[in-house]
Design a protein around this ligand. Structure first.
Ligand code: FAD
Length: 324
């Protein structure tokens, strides 16, 4: 089988990101997964076994003192070096800000084609790697493939709910002297302090979002209560954000975050095309809206025509009764 590189994101402390599972799973769909990571020297201990659990057959550790000091350059250097060693047919990275930056730079460096924000991968009829994109607000699925070089693919977080079979990886560790060039220098890192125990919106498998229909910041607590009952993240429409019910970091949609959870619950959201663009690839969509003609019902798998202030408390009670 052909090799496929899977770019693994790590935190400054060397922990692997949650996106590693789906990135390796996508690589396994196209060939033999080779996990590639750039870390500071000595930070890879323990990571190798975790990546094996996630299905990596090889782990390519590129150690560089510049990792965490400059943006993207260490990851690009790691991919370039691994590509020389493994001649991959494809390279998969998360469609996060960091990884898509590295993926795009790598594609330019090796003259490869980039398939960005894909929701699935497969082989095309001629046996070359291909990727599915969800476009025009999720109204169409299109297939893309590249004609030269390895296919460099960035995978939408949450889109692939698969896990590759565990493997016992061979490990290659190289020391890289990274060409920093014009790369942006990281002067300070301030980790965002999570103000709730909820999962981050990006990559969450369950999301409850609220819209203008909640009516006020105080009422928006209902969205948080349902999210907590389901163990999910909290999202919002732009109208809810603009009205000050919740910070912009929770906005789902064209000018917010694109999500692809297993379950998306929309409360008091009409379903404008700009909102659908950010959530329409969710596996199951549940909508609660008092207007039976609201466009959100066109994409919902389950719809409840009703008042959120009547329906949602009952839903929360029912969920609590099931867990007690
Ligand atoms: P509304 O459209 O006002 O809908 C509120 C809904 O709540 C209605 O359907 C109503 O029936 C229902 N409702 C009211 N009260 C209740 C109740 N008690 N119980 C149940 N249902 C109730 N929007 C985004 O979300 N994300 C984006 O990223 C985004 N980007 C945009 C980019 C551009 C360039 C533009 C022009 C717009 C963008 N928008 C975006 C805005 C978008 O067009 C809509 O205005 C917005 O999504 C509407 O939010 P909403 O559904 O919460 O509000």
């Amino acid at each position: 089988m052909s090799n496929v590189l899977a770019l693994i994101e790590t935190s400054p402390a060397g922990d692997i990101a949650g996106s590693a599972t789906s990135v390796i799973a996508a690589a396994a769909k196209l060939g033999t997964p080779v996990a590639v990571l750039a870390v500071k020297p000595g930070l890879s201990a323990g990571i190798t076994a975790q990546l094996g659990e996630l299905g990596a057959h090889h782990v390519y550790v590129a150690e560089s003192t510049q990792t965490g000091t400059v943006l993207a350059a260490p990851q690009v250097a790691a991919l370039t070096s691994a590509a020389q060693a493994f001649s991959p047919v494809a390279v998969i990275a998360a469609n996060s800000v960091e990884s898509r930056d590295a993926a795009a730079r790598f594609a330019v460096r090796v003259g490869a084609g980039l398939l960005a924000d894909v929701v699935d991968v497969a082989f095309s009829a001629d046996g070359t790697p291909a990727a599915s994109h969800s476009v025009f607000g999720g109204a169409y699925h299109v297939q893309g493939a590249v004609s030269t070089g390895p296919a460099v693919i960035t995978l939408r977080q949450g889109a692939l709910d698969e896990r590759a079979p565990a493997a016992t990886p061979e490990v290659t560790t190289v020391s890289l002297d990274v060409e920093v060039g014009n790369a942006a220098v990281i002067e300070q890192i301030h980790p965002a302090v999570a103000d709730s125990g909820r999962p981050p919106l990006r990559g969450a498998s369950t999301i409850v979002s609220g819209g203008r229909g909640l009516g006020s910041k105080e009422n928006f607590v209902l969205v948080e209560q349902l999210a907590d009952a389901l163990g999910g993240a909290v999202g919002a429409s732009r109208a809810a954000v603009d009205a000050g019910y919740i910070p912009q970091s929770a906005q789902v949609g064209q000018t917010g975050i694109t999500v692809s959870p297993q379950l998306y619950v929309a409360l008091g959201i009409s379903g404008a095309i700009q909102h659908l663009a950010g959530m329409q690839t969710a596996k199951t969509i549940v909508a609660i809206n008092k207007d039976e003609d609201a466009p959100i019902f066109d994409v919902a798998d389950f719809g409840i025509v009703g008042d959120v202030f009547t329906v949602v408390p009952q839903l929360i009670d029912a969920l609590k009764a099931r867990t007690n």
